[in-house]
Write a new protein. Sequence first.
Lengths: 528, 257
Amino acid sequence: MFARKVPAFTFWRGVLAVALGAGLYSAYLRFTAGLGASTALSDSFPWGLWIGFDVLCGVALAAGGFTISAVVYVFNIDRFKPIIRPAILTAFSGYLLVIVALLFDLGRPYRIWHPLVMWNPRSVMFEVGWCVTLYTIVLALEFSPILLQRLGLQKPLRLIRSTMIPLVMVGVILSTLHQSSLGSLYLIVPHKLHPLWYSPLLPLFFFVSAIGLGCAMTIIESFLSYRAFRKSLEIDLLSDLGKITVVTLSVYLILRLQDLIGRGVLKEAFEPTYEGRMFLAEILLGIVAPIVLLLIPVIRRNHFSLFVAAVLAVLGFIMNRLNVSITGMEGALGHYFPSWTEISVTSMIVALGFALFATAVKYLPVFPAEDTRASGDAELLAPTVLSQPLFSSTTLVLALGGFFLGSSLLLGGNGLWLRMQTKETPVRAALGSPPGMADRYFTMPADISFPKAESSPGQVTFRHSSHVDAKQAQCLVCHQERFRLLKASAPATRAGLDLHSDPFCGACHNGEKSFNVKEDCQNCHEAK
Amino acid sequence: MPVSPTAKKGLLFDVTRCVGCGACYQACKERNRLPQTTTDFLQDHLSDRTFTVVNKRQNRFVRRLCMHCEVPTCVSVCPVGALEKTPTGPVIYHEDRCIGCRYCMLACPFSIPRYEWSKVLPRVRKCDLCAERLANGQPTACSEVCPTGATLFGEREQLVQVARERLAATPATYKPGIYGLEEVGGTSVLLISDVPMESLGYPKGLMKEPLPLLTWKVLQRIPNFVIAGSALLGGIWWITSRRDKVKQAENQPEENK
């Protein structure tokens, strides 16, 4: 099995190589020049693509894992057993990639372990940190039988299998907490997130939509794995997954709409704003369209059309997370578009995910075709998929993705233009004395008397009143850099220094800005 | 105004008294050893090198700085407790704990915390209400140098009284209300003005309850959720697996016959 010839240079391997190359170069920039130089993030927009896509969407990949394992192990519905391994593999790779993305996004990635030691249980981020850690461990254990089986280690395999039930239960609880807590992250920004997305129900929305994504992703993986390795699942099972997806998405849609109506903000969706357009695109293309497609039995019974519907659901899900984390925030925080470095790091992480999944499917017993089912079954499956010509299906997928992206960009661009149109032009403040000047008073600091040197013709006293216009006092004309302010309360001892020179009185009393210190001693020095 | 060392401190900024001299801006730079960032301080903005600014808006001068909330959002969202609300008022930052997740920056209702974007190992930077000076019984640097008393330092309770007295003494001069008295549960920095603070760039429509309550309402349910969830899952598993066993037991004798 391992003694293979040198891998051929295919299109997808080329894509992988490009993504890896660009991503590694961006990684180099990120870790040598810092976040400011390598990202479009700023003080006003501190969370961008890496949080919005890599973390929010990556974590949701795990939803399939916990849903299916709960169905099989807790509810004892054995029919779904063949899906469990690909779902857990997806979840595991999703979490590993989230950790990689976090290492890019955190300002100090080497302190990623801090939340485990330095506790703040009131922080949602603290909960997120713990869930990532614990669920990654649980997923590693849930995934280990696949590896152990491949290596033929029977003893540890039996040990793990005997603990599978409690392990799955822990996983379900952790995952429920984690999926919803990503929504809770945004509960604390009610004044910043647009009302079309801000809701007290955000944790619930994140949880339900993640389950939908989990099912859709399993369908997609099954299709792609078949295309690549001729390893797939029965259409009956996938069709049932499609049904579950429809139910989940419908529940999700009803919850979202009810919430919008309840808060009285549904009308904002139909206003010609950037946010309104993006919201409609998300709901119509990403939720309604896959529901309609998956309701049609013919589409559900065909590997390829099922795959297309699942792709739509996944794109809609991604759009939702980006809308919550970016679009919905832009009104309050200003415009954000990721830099090419951010995009290429994200592409690298996605490419790594595909590569990880593909490698695992190739070398490990992930799909049941090899070990539990006769090889003949795989042949039976073939005609339904192969009836779709390889080239045309790829074109169709690309066209669909292009349409989706293009339309959302177009809607976004149009909305952006509208937003710029209605934007108030900032009133440039006119110069002049502010009104109500009589109410203000300016307390001049105390006079500063400099100690008299032996050669001095007389005592010098500095008076703010003769240097400053009380109506338009501009302290920083003098106190920026030249004369330090905080030392004003300290005794003004300038003994041993020539106050006539530049950093002191001579700075302005040079005959140009004001009379020269050399003109008349009596100007400053008191007569004896 | 006598100031007790243990009492909760604060600042009162009176927009009607500020002449825009910039002394507070400069004093802040000097006390925090920050580099100069501009030639015209009125045009400057908050950054990792500027913790307070004086801006001209609506023909008035208005300061911006960390509000030092009574129940700070940044403190509640920080996963590692790098931000801390001290008993005397200042919200301070522990650099050695910070992992750089920037949740504080996203969550702050006043959008105050700034990040050292140009550094490879950045810190969050913001006003710390001169916590060190307060501990030594000194006022904040900005209030000490203010020539007009527009920035007043004192115990928060006393400042509220001062503000109320000013509002009562010349009601025509001021818009009613003290900004920061109730916003997001109250702040240590209070502002009074002759125009709405919202028109001077301060966020409007902030809720009266502290924002951390929004997430705490959800987070405090976790222990109950874990217990109830485990019980529910365990129960379902017990029922379903027993059902299978019963089915097997019923089927087997028949097969044996």
